[in-house]
Design a protein around this ligand. Structure first.
Ligand code: APR
Length: 232
């Protein structure tokens, strides 16, 4: 392995599981409780906005009662101590990486704590509800939607992510099933550009074969142990 300078860390729902936030595809996960087509597509929102807004209001309220776990804290500790670039690209829409202290976080699938006005395109930090159709603080229109990338929409900040992957010496994927693209393809992009690739997960992801190395276990344990190794 070449000397590690720049690190890209991709996280998924598994990193927040031990904080009490449901994953999507585990037994009893969010996509067993709700159908994607009912709550997580632009078509669903056009058809039944009340249902979609209530679903996200519930999730936005829930994440605010949760706290970061040892895995989030370990990643923040690594970033604070690391002399070169660390980019955390997260598919998660909670704010637990930030609350743990991570600074360089890209929310490629959006954020629960933002509301997006489809009239004036302003994003506003939002902790309350949207189903009651509050006015946009910027333009007054009652057209705020969750700032969440739904299925069929394009993830955010892809140019920055591609650039970070291209200069990564180490790519680490944590707590994601590898079921959703483009995130599931990042391991291949990083590997093609010469990065060492490491998977930390409870179970092997769908793209597990693309990783040079896999360490299985709960994020609170495997991520903490890996950060200790890197900083030793
Ligand atoms: N520690 C580590 N990994 C865990 C833990 C844990 N405590 N608990 C579960 N996992 C792993 C599971 O084994 C699984 O591989 O986390 C992964 C969660 O997978 P998904 O539920 O599919 O979540 P994710 O990969 O983040 O989903 C990607 O799908 O619906 C969309 O937009 C949503 O961003 C999400 C995307």
């Amino acid at each position: 392995m070449t000397e590690i300078r720049n690190i890209v860390i991709l996280t998924g729902a598994g990193v927040s599981a031990e904080s009490g936030i449901d994953t999507f595809r585990s037994e009893g996960g969010i996509w067993e409780q709700h159908r994607v087509e009912d709550v997580a597509t632009p078509e669903a929102y056009a058809r039944d906005p009340d249902l979609v807004l209530r679903f996200y209001d519930m999730r936005r309220a829930a994440i605010q009662t949760k706290v970061p776990n040892a895995a989030h804290l370990a990643l923040a500790r690594l970033e604070a101590a690391w002399p070169r670039h660390i980019t955390v690209v997260t598919q998660n829409v909670d704010d637990l990486h930030e609350r743990a202290g991570s600074q360089n976080v890209i929310h490629m699938h959006g954020e629960h704590l933002n509301a997006w006005c489809t009239t004036c395109d302003t994003r506003t930090r939002w902790t309350g509800t949207l189903a009651d159709r509050p006015p946009c603080p910027a333009c007054g229109s009652k057209t705020l939607r969750p700032d969440i990338v739904w299925f069929g929409e394009i993830p955010y900040r892809m140019d920055e992510i591609q650039a970070a992957l291209a200069r990564a010496d180490l790519f680490v994927s944590i707590g994601t099933s590898g079921a959703v693209y483009p995130a599931a393809g990042f391991v291949r992009l990083a590997r093609e550009r010469g990065a060492h690739t490491l998977e930390l997960n409870l179970d092997r992801s769908q793209g597990s074969a693309w990783f040079h190395e896999t360490r299985l276990g709960r994020a609170s344990e495997v991520v903490t142990a890996w950060v200790d190794d890197v900083l030793r």
